[in-house]
Every structure is written in C-alpha cells, then in structure tokens.
Design a protein. Sequence first.
Length: 564
Amino acid sequence: MGARCCFCFPHHLTFFLPASLRFTWHPASHLRTRRRPFANILSRSRSHSHSLDLARLPPMGCFQSKPAGPLPPNDAAALPTENPADPEAANGGDVAAADGDDKDAAKRAVPVFREFGLAELRAATKGFSADLIVSESGEKAPNVVYRGRLDGGRLIAVKRFSRLSWPDPQQFLAEAAGVGKVRHKRLVNLIGCCAEGDERLLVAEYMPNDTLSKHLFHWDKQPLPWEMRLRVAYYIAQALDHCNAENRKIYHDLNAYRVLFDEEGDPRLSSFGLMKNSRDGKSYSTNLAYTPPEFLRTGRVIAESVIYSYGTVLLDLLSGKHIPPSHALDLIRGKNILLLMDSSLEGQYANEDASKLVDLASKCLQFEARDRPNIKYLLSSVGPLQKQKEVASHVLMGITKATSVLPTILSPLGKACSSMDLTAVHDILLKTGYKDEEGAENELSFQEWTQQVQEMLNTKKFGDIAFRDKDFKTAIDYYSKLVGMMSVPSATVFARRSFSYLMNGQSELALRDAMQAQVCMPEWPTAFYLQALALSKLGMETDAQDMLNDGATFEAKKQNSWRG
C-alpha cells in the first residue's frame, strides 16, 4: 500500500479525527530503513564544524507516528528517457548529440548566470585567501584566480581583476552577462559576476585537473600522451566553433593556460578569454613573441588572430615546450620536424599524423591574416586524427576520475541537486506539489470537515503560499504548526520545511527534516536529494555524494519498474 498523506480522499479522513474516534493501522512490516542508520550521520556530523545541536531540533513527527510503506511511482513522465550510448557523447561530443535533445541541455547542467554579492564571494574564497589562489602566476598575475566554495557546496573559480581593468561597472556587467549566455560542454562556463565598489569579479565552473600548461610544461608523473594532445586540439576547435556560432568570434589571449581539464579529464576552454577588456581588445597579456602580427601592427585583435593563437597552442602540443612561432616555422621550413617534436612522445604517434598537425600549425601561423584557415578547416583537419574516441580522457591522462556513480537517468530534481542549483530545486518542489502522496488535488472538494481538519488545511494553505513566494521563514512557521497537527505525517511537508530551513541557513534542521521525509517514504528520491543538499552545506561531501547516488538509484529502480 502506498504512503498516504493526510490531505486525501474520504477513505483517509479517519486519520484527521481525534484519537478517540480513529482506528489504528500500523504497517510496521512495510517500513524499511536506510542501509546507513540515521544516528550514524548525526554522530558523524558532530566531528565537523557544523555540529548538530539535537536539543534545538523540532519533534521527530515521522518517528512518532505510524508510517506507511513506500509510494508507488506516479511521475514517470517527469524523467527523461535514456539515450543510446555514444562514444563521442561519452567523451564530450557535441552538445546536441551528448545530451539527446538540444544545446539547452548543456545550460541545465550548470547554474543560471547571476550577479553575486561581494560578501558571498568573499566568504566563498575565505577573504580572497592567498592559499586559495589557483592561477599559475600566483599573486604576481595582474588578474588573480581563486578557488572558492559556495554555500551550496559547489566549487567555483573566481577571477579578480585589477582595480583599473574595468572602470565602468555597467560595461563590465553587460559584457559578463553576454559571455554568460554562451554555454557549451567544451567551455568552462561562466556562471556569474560581481561589480561592487572597486571590485570586478567573474565566477566560473571550477576545473579540478589543472591547465594544459601544467600538463605540458610542468608534469610530475607522466607527459601528456599523444592521443590526449590530439583530443585537446579537437575539443578546443569545437569550443571556438561554438563561440563563433554564438557570434563571439574574438577570443583574447588563447594559450595553454586558457585550457583546463574538468573532473572527467576532458579539456575545456576558459570562458574568461571571451571577455572583451575595458580598452576594447587593445591588450594582449602573453609574451609579444607569441602574439599575432596584426596585433603588433595595430594593437587590435581580430577573428583571424584567434586562428594564429590556436597555431601557437598546436606548437605547444607538438613540442611540449614554449617555442616562439618564428623559430618553429624555421624548423618546419627546414623539414626538421623531429627537432620540433616532444621527445617524450617517441613511439606514440604515426609520422603521417604528426606531419598533418605540423602542417596545420604552419597554416595557422601565416603572417597575413587572410592566409590563415577558418575554424571549420581546423575541425576537418584535427577531427580525423582522433583514433581513440572510445577511451575516456581520464584514462588517457592517468588521473583518478571524481567518484560518482550517478546513473544516466535522473529526474530534473536529481540534476538540480547534483549541480546545487537551489533555484531550480525550489521551482521543482513547487511544481511537484503533493502529487507524490496522492489525492492532494481533491483536498478542498469536501465540505463536511471538522473544525480541526479545516484549521489544518488552512495552515497548510498558508504554508504553501509562503513557500511559493519564497518567504521561507513564514513557511517554516506554518509547516511546523502543521507537523504538530498531523496524525499521519506528510513527507512533502517535511521536504518543503527542509528546503525552507536550508534557504534560511539552518542546515542541521534541514537535514533532520529530509531524514524524516525519508522515513515517511523510504524510497522517495526527493528525500535523499534534500539530505545531499544539507550534508553538502555541512561540509560532509562524501555523505552528500552517497545520498545523491542513493536517490539516483531509486530513480533508476522506479524507471525499471515502469518499463517492466
């Protein structure tokens, strides 16, 4: 029998009645607990800075009542269908192919672009601590990049510009918003910005596996394999092609520092290079020996300059070291290709493939901009060189992939929670309503309620209105009153109060309510996802990942039952 909420049809009306008039039903055999006892999570959290004060927690309504068994699934339509496996998609093929619908799928994988408050970013970077600087030039760089962590647990990269870089805050915000609209899985996507006082900050996805510069010039364990270098060339060409299609034809200062590797080991192009600087593209930060000739003549970057810079990246990939283009072209003209090639790659590549890449580099480095190839030519040249598409990037690179066993079938809520997109979580909880508990849509069709039941419904109504309007403190008050009135608890009420606590900065209480929701409905993915959010807020990343995995597992289980 499915879990029944107290807002249902007349055959559940007895649950509203006073104790003297109610019959007792106790399906203890239907209640299944998690494989990890709740007490273990609570006790483990005490070892963290956000220890739980159990005395402050609300009554455990779910544990005091007579819970029903798990709810049969009734929202299959909310879940996307699984797409056939595709080697190119697995390794980050084009967005439409990888996600099975359209390019907007990539945008859903990262938070919506927004304007951050300076206080939020200062907290995320621990006051712009020098210990969190990740830009390879450290504090010496004119624009420093920090690693940060938002309240929801998401890691971010924060680029802090020098005070004079963007004197006009509105120009900065407008340019950042434009770049923020360009989303692609080959880009390190921009997710926000900040312009307060003299501060000008960009916020992007965090890439945990270093830059191309680090892997080419400062490697520790192994040099970057040939196949991975070819993949870098191809993926960056794809990123530039997408930017070109989005009318972002100018990429500033393309070099090995602008290419970063994500948790899968896939190379991505930093979105920071899409930002037109405050002097309208009149600066170039790299050594002048590597800058496009037209920049030296006019001080401006044009679309063909990007192709030239791409050629310098090809030289880096071929040689494994910084070689000025003029010197590299001398070697190429003298047919001294072996002197150009990275000696650590010996035996890894076919001479024909190396010659093709060298030839492409020389075309990109033509002195006259009009003689350089276009981006489509880059794609058609490096695409056929990809010989190991089926091998994941992290395998080629010999790095440990981030631990995650999330199945490919995730509901929108699962995706929102895995990306810590709290705005999307709220929207989904609001739209889902009480349908997972059945019958809520008919709650007001019966007029013969007792005064006690009518008061309960009014309390629920006011709580739902506050939740809808994002007045989370008021929602907590009404839902807390409602919990005290219910004889059979509602998992949805606990879920909504959990999220309200989360948005009110009370992560411990949010965790407790999410756990109560799970007891009410032991296989309800929403309960696991909300626990993951709360645990992440409390700094318990391993447990948060476990909860995400458990929620996704139950989603997959439900999907299989629907198909069967």
